[in-house]
Design a binder for this molecule. Sequence first.
Ligand code: PLP
Length: 386
Amino acid sequence: MKEKPVYLDNNATTAIAPEVLDEMLPYLKEFYGNPSSMHTFGGQLHKKLEEARERVAALIGAEPGEIIFTSCGTESDNTAIMSAVDSRRDKRHIVTSSVEHPAVLNFSKHLARKGYRVTFLPVNNLGQLDMDAFFKAIDDDVAVVSIMYANNETGVLFPIAELGAALRDRGIIFHTDAVQAIGKLPINVKELPVDMLAISGHKLHAPKGVGALYVRKGTRFVPYIFGGHQEHGRRAGTENMASIIGLGKTCEIAKTHIDEEATRVQAMRDRLEKALLEKCPQARVNGDTKNRLPNTTNISFEFVEGEAILLRLDEHGICASSGSACSSGSLEPSHVLRAMGVPFTAIHGSIRFSISRYNTNEDIDKVIEKLPPIIKELRILSPYGR
Ligand code: PLP
């Protein structure tokens, strides 16, 4: 691709911020020591490790000791759930939602195959959690509740504060997958009643392959990966230092960009959404448009194939993603849109645009110019065309 792409797929992954890369590079080149070494060359890395921990903690109002570095958001989610069930061997019930990322959904299904009872809470047609089903599911056998902070496909937010408050005195560990929310919304664990919270570097302008798990002080914790004494014995394996330093830096600068998410980023998203709904007949937004991430819109263009839309956008250098089967890299169309009861004709034509602070108004203009004629053409070709 010669031209710079119009990248509107930031919920899939993000560009590494230049300041982050600058801070990382020396630790890939000259300072390659091991932070566990006794000598000064390695030992100096230990200071950087702890600095990164302080920076991640500061973004969410945590204590540095409450942050464990991991290899990704998926590992953080798996670790949280596994630790919760391992530390409550007397309890066999896991409660989660039907719209979680596969990092939670498929791990919960794996535990179900191992004999745990798992409740997948339903959502309504706006993607909001069924609160009656939540209260019904909470029994004395629940070891852990894992509910995402924000859905990656629709951006819909879940009532984490309310859920946490309901669980607080019941001795149930409450984990939230905040991978999509961190850096986009202000989150403060001093006020948010969660025991664990998952973070992934590559969703907030740090590299892929690094994540963190917040574990509230006093929460029982059993490691998921055993080996050396790294992370105070809570996650073994020699630290991915450059990426951890990158995660620390990105968290430090995320604080200064949070307001921009709610203003400039959201304004771009809203302008894109409004224009596409106006210019494309039979288009609808999937999910609650009030309680939503500022950067995400999921729009169904009915009676058109999502893959075809993506291919045509790709010809113009525009990157987005779709909830239809092939383009999402899975065999099944979006489990999130299905759980919301979105009709199949609309799921197949669903496109997610996810914006970041690196997008410009020109990017949005380009999509507004290119997409409506594509939809029109594809509708004519479609067997369902109108
Ligand atoms: N949770 C959510 C909500 C996500 O969107 C993702 C990534 O798409 C993950 C977890 C997994 O994160 P990672 O790619 O770092 O494993």
